[in-house]
Design a protein around this ligand. Structure first.
Ligand SMILES: Cc1ncc(COP(=O)(O)O)c(C=O)c1O
Length: 420
């Protein structure tokens, strides 16, 4: 980003703080404010996993889907505009990521996180989990140990087991309503199982932690000491609330950079997960070559046309939309907190990042199956069951609040009516 661009960005940011984001689009000015995010979107019959799929069993007609991690908001207007332009072109031959693509990714990380990455370090893959699977196959052998910190995004466990690796779990500790890493247990298990990889979720889904510099340094100290490669999944890094700062673990030192694989993507941030794109940052040339070889072995070669188009538009024009979105989401979090603070049955683990609320429902004294069916059948709310994130998630539910305020109000009203 040039100095002029940066000044423009700072000025526009100031405008968001005082008014709202005004985005020029063709001859129009589009306002990105509460009204934009409040506008109802109908996602039914769009092959939406979240809206068109149904949970097992009998479900009420008025079921509100608040499970899988995508948002009910439209993408930034310029992203939509660029996708329409590309689709109107009407030819969809093979595409490749050009220099502009790389420089937009580089400048996003520089502007938002102060992290300097080089274009050569970026591998483009059709998703973070595709990349993590390739990393596992590239850098470990059958039965090697892979560490995860549970409760955590459940595909970490699935992909490890699915690739015949030994899954090693260190449970996070819930300390005063905030999850922390049990470093003693973590180090002990790294040594005992001779772990080769750590799959780190940073910020953490589902518990909403933004790991501090001290925590990241301690993770890195242990991993460097025992030769564990860090795979840092930073897909939620753009969703950090006021008062917290996401630090890419690889940005902390040359040594850490050299043994870290950072998984990034515009997909969660801009609600384009269906376009399947991720940018995997690997500075270490040897690791990068091995991971890329494993990607090629699947038959994959390049991103799809729409993913390239949307990523470029999002990273070029998406700053103001994202800042306005974060204000909106923070108000949604406050709303959840306000309703739940009078409930003895449910406690919100206040998220430092992500739009995924981790609800401690253990005081409701229901086993997980009954808890899941209480939310679906009695409340008409489809949340993610806590147990899928690991045994330590039993008694919890994960609620996706990236939806219109009116929908969230209705969901909270149902909770308010039925739960003490
Ligand atoms: C932590 C985390 N990693 C990865 C993914 C999925 O990424 P992708 O669709 O790029 O595989 C998700 C989706 O919810 C996620 O929460």
């Amino acid at each position: 980003m040039s100095e002029d661009d940066l000044n423009h960005y700072i000025l526009m940011n100031a405008m968001v703080l005082f008014f709202c984001a005004i985005i020029p689009l063709g001859d129009n000015m589009i306002k990105i404010d509460k009204t934009f995010f409040n506008t109802k979107t109908d996602r039914k019959k769009t092959n939406s996993v979240k809206h068109d799929m149904k949970p097992k069993g009998k479900v009420p007609d008025n079921l509100i889907p608040m499970w899988v991690a995508d948002m009910d908001f439209k993408v930034p207007p310029q992203v939509e505009e660029e996708l329409v332009k590309t689709s109107r072109h009407g030819i969809f031959g093979y595409s490749y990521t050009d220099e502009e693509y790389d420089s937009l990714v580089v400048s996003w990380y520089k502007t938002r996180f102060g992290w300097d990455i080089e274009p050569d370090w970026i591998l483009k893959t059709p998703g973070v989990m595709f990349a993590i699977g390739s990393v596992i196959r590239a850098l470990t052998d059958k039965n090697d140990s892979v560490m995860i910190l549970e409760p955590v995004y459940y595909p970490f466990a699935k992909i490890t087991i699915g690739n015949d690796r030994n899954l090693v779990i260190s449970n996070l500790k819930l300390d005063n309503n905030r999850y922390v890493i049990d470093f003693e247990d973590f180090e002990h298990k790294v040594v005992k199982h001779k772990a080769k990889l750590l799959l780190l979720c940073s910020p953490h889904n589902p518990v909403g932690r933004v790991w501090t510099k001290e925590e990241l340094l301690e993770i890195a100290r242990i991993c460097l000491k025992y030769g564990v490669i860090i795979v840092s999944d930073e897909i939620h890094s753009d969703f950090v609330y006021k008062g917290y700062r996401h630090i890419p673990i690889a940005s902390l030192s040359e040594e850490i950079l050299n043994s870290t694989i950072t998984c990034t993507s515009p997909s969660k941030t801009f609600n384009i997960a269906g376009l399947q794109v991720s940018n995997i940052v690997i500075e270490n040339q040897d690791l990068r070559r091995k991971v890329w070889k494993a990607c090629l072995q699947t038959g994959y070669s390049s991103l799809n046309t729409m993913a390239i188009c949307a990523t470029k538009a999002a990273y070029k024009y998406g700053h103001l939309w994202l800042d306005a979105l974060m204000d909106y989401l923070e108000d949604n979090v406050n709303l959840v907190q306000n309703v739940l603070c009078s409930k003895s049955g449910i406690t919100l683990i206040r998220p430092e990042a992500t739009y995924l609320m981790w609800l401690d429902c253990r005081n409701m004294n229901l086993d997980q199956d009954n808890l899941d069916s209480f939310f679906i059948s009695k409340l008409g709310l489809w949340l993610s069951s806590g147990s899928i994130f690991g045994e330590s998630g039993n008694g919890f539910m994960r609620m996706n609040i990236a939806t219109q305020r009116s929908v969230l109000h209705e969901a909270l009203h149902r909770i308010d009516m039925e739960i003490q």
